[in-house]
Design a protein around this ligand. Sequence first.
Ligand SMILES: Cc1cc2nc3c(=O)[nH]c(=O)nc-3n(C[C@H](O)[C@H](O)[C@H](O)COP(=O)(O)O)c2cc1C
Length: 230
Amino acid sequence: MTTLLRIDASAQLQDRSLTRKLTALFTEAFRSADPQVRVITRDVGADPIPPIDHRFIHAAFTPPAEREVWMNQRLALSDRLIDEVTAADVIVLGAPMYNYGMPSTLKVWIDHISRIGRTFSFDLSRGDFPIEPILFGKKLVVLSSRGEFGFGAGEVRGHLNALDPGIAACAHYFGVALRDIETVAIEYQEFKDARHARSVARAEENTRRLARRLAATGDARTPTPEPAPT
Ligand SMILES: Cc1cc2nc3c(=O)[nH]c(=O)nc-3n(C[C@H](O)[C@H](O)[C@H](O)COP(=O)(O)O)c2cc1C
């Protein structure tokens, strides 16, 4: 049985949010193709997670056997969020662009997921790359929306895009390799013109197609093999 983790991060509620529409569409299409799918939902836009602080960091970097009661309490939400990621085969992320990056609520979710001993290990004997991910083999679908346009590599606002690289940089904490990230983005939302309408239609079609492919082929559970180092 496949487990789908749906994360929503828009500060807008369902009827005013394009990313929520896309994550709903993805979930619906996935379920149509795979009625057995188990869906976990986590809405950090409507129900924000508190930011990490010095107590969180102290608790996270204390070995589990040495943790005091308050430390386990401080990490309880992070543990639950990591359990959700660990259970997932596919993670679908509704990621609006805010001030050229991700919403702060989504960043806080990532800060809670990125935990030593749970999602990564750290060992200086590995030299200059001491961090290794613990989770593997998951697929990540980023469903985004932007008010402006041209945020792709080499496009007119490509250099301003801090959203997609920000998510990609942390994807290993969710057990996702870079090649296993799929992105669909609506553009022109602030222009509200024919280009926006076309962008919405294209994004909806691509979202449905992606959901059907990941659900129907079993692709969701089969990580793409690592390419040989060059
Ligand atoms: C606080 C805020 C900041 C935004 N910043 C940007 C931005 O930097 N670039 C951009 O293209 N659109 C920006 N937008 C437009 C949103 O990306 C757009 O409205 C998108 O549809 C939001 O996703 P949602 O519809 O799921 O809420 C911003 C919107 C808000 C509310």
